[in-house]
Design a protein around this ligand. Structure first.
Ligand code: LRH
Ligand code: MN
Length: 424
């Protein structure tokens, strides 16, 4: 299904007067409003192909209806998202959940929806039917060379798929680790994993990047072989200049200061980008900004400050991806909320008066520093995000439009109620 532009224009006309009033109100106090709008329009967030259906937990999965039953239908759904908010112009594939049977046709279909392919994701955390080796005790860390070789070959296969689609990066997340003391020699696991990653790194085209994603626990519950930012940074520092550390917001121990981690990875020039989501306890993969929007703002505050210091291009020099799972909400609606939360945090971070903040920091004026930060955080920037979408041809209210245009109802008519999307 594709949403006709005239339908979005029609809905925008109904909201225009109210939107213009709100936009002019907030724009009055924003000195660099045109620069903020330009940056918001350029800022595209990649949608995970594995999060377009209903997710579940080990306790159950309550399937939704009208889910995409093929890669083509997943691309259509991301196309729907992008036509509504003009900020979801990329899709991140997971292999083998989304193997493109005809890469040229898939690439053309994506282009038709204004989409490019962001990072490819390998999967050595599940055994595939017919595979000779099992990843039960790990993949790149495994004590058996045959298992490591199978996992290395899979990652090289994923790079090949990505080259055909125009992707420029590979994300490696490893479930590898141990669940009991004594099960694993940590040094041996590190050295075998590093050696395996070196073989994958050697297969990267010159203009590609390798993103190494860390996670503190699950599915292993005693040790994880790439468990935190320090371990990931150790690996990527030993691999070479094309290797970077990827930050999934849900992969930290409780109360970790993620914005400080981001600041230091940026300082080292080793920040790959993000898997955005939110969580209250573990790797809950909830809607971005639904639990801790202040933390998301603080992360973007470090990003804008750190990227500007390095002269980096906000839109293109890091990987901006969502990684969430939708157990209760309509997947497309959940993703629309996540993209909006990211755009809001980015816009608020762009409003921070950085010279004043630096002066307050130099003067150890702690209260003033907080006032400056929270002035930006407490600015309602939703009209700026809507104006950016409107100017880019999207909807002033993407979630409202999604409902008014009865997109899910139409998808159910097209696909029926029983289709199930591959993924988590
Ligand atoms: C692991 C993870 C990883 C993906 C998977 C779907 O928790 O965040 O990024 O491969 O989720
Ligand atoms: Mn992730």
């Amino acid at each position: 299904m594709q949403i006709e532009k005239y339908k979005i224009d029609g809905l925008n006309n109904e909201l225009l007067a109210d939107h213009k009033r709100k936009f002019e109100f907030v724009a009055t106090d924003v000195t660099n409003v045109e620069d903020v709008l330009k940056k918001l329009q350029a800022f595209q967030i990649a949608i995970p192909s594995w999060a377009l259906g209903t997710g579940g937990t080990r306790f159950g999965r309550f399937s939704g209806k009208g889910e995409p039953g093929s890669l083509e239908e997943k691309i259509e759904d991301v196309g729907v998202l992008h036509s509504l908010n003009k900020s979801s112009g990329a899709i991140s594939l997971h292999i083998p959940w989304d193997i493109p049977k005809n890469a040229a046709a898939i690439k053309a279909l994506a282009a038709q929806h204004g989409l490019r392919f962001d990072a490819m994701n390998s999967n050595t955390f599940q055994d595939q039917p017919g595979s000779s080796e099992s990843y039960k005790f790990g993949s790149l860390q495994h004590v058996d060379k045959a298992v490591r070789d199978q996992a290395i070959a899979h990652n090289i296969e994923v790079i090949k798929h990505g080259i055909e689609l125009g992707s420029k990066s590979l994300t490696v997340w490893l479930a590898d680790g141990s669940s009991f003391p004594g099960q694993l020699n940590f040094r041996g696991a590190f050295e075998r994993t590093l050696d395996s990653l070196k073989q994958i790194y050697a297969a990267l085209p010159a203009d590609w990047k390798l993103y190494l994603e860390y996670k503190c626990y699950e599915p292993n519950f005693y040790s994880t072989t790439v468990a935190d930012w320090g371990q990931s940074l150790l690996y990527v520092s030993k691999l070479g200049p094309k290797a970077y550390t990827l930050v999934d917001l849900g992969h930290h121990l409780p109360n970790a200061n993620i914005e400080q981690i981001v600041s230091l990875l940026l300082m080292e020039g080793r920040l790959a980008g993000f898997h955005f989501n939110d969580s209250k306890y573990g790797d809950d993969d909830l809607t971005v900004g639904s639990i801790n929007p202040y933390q998301l703002f603080l992360i973007f505050n470090e990003l804008v400050e750190g990227m500007d210091v390095r002269g980096m291009d906000h839109a293109n020099d890091l990987g901006w991806m969502i990684d969430a799972s939708h157990n209760l909400k309509d997947p497309i609606e959940d993703l629309l909320q996540s993209v909006q939360a990211i755009q809001i945090a980015y816009a608020q971070a762009l409003l921070v008066d950085k010279p004043a903040l630096q002066a307050a920091q130099k003067a150890n004026d702690v209260a003033l520093a907080q006032e400056i930060l929270q002035k930006a955080y407490r600015t309602d920037v939703r009209a700026l995000v809507s104006e950016a979408s409107l100017r880019a041809g999207g909807a002033i209210d993407p979630i409202g439009a999604y409902r008014k245009l009865q997109v899910r109802e139409n998808l159910i008519k097209e696909r029926g109620e029983k289709t199930v999307a591959t993924g988590l």
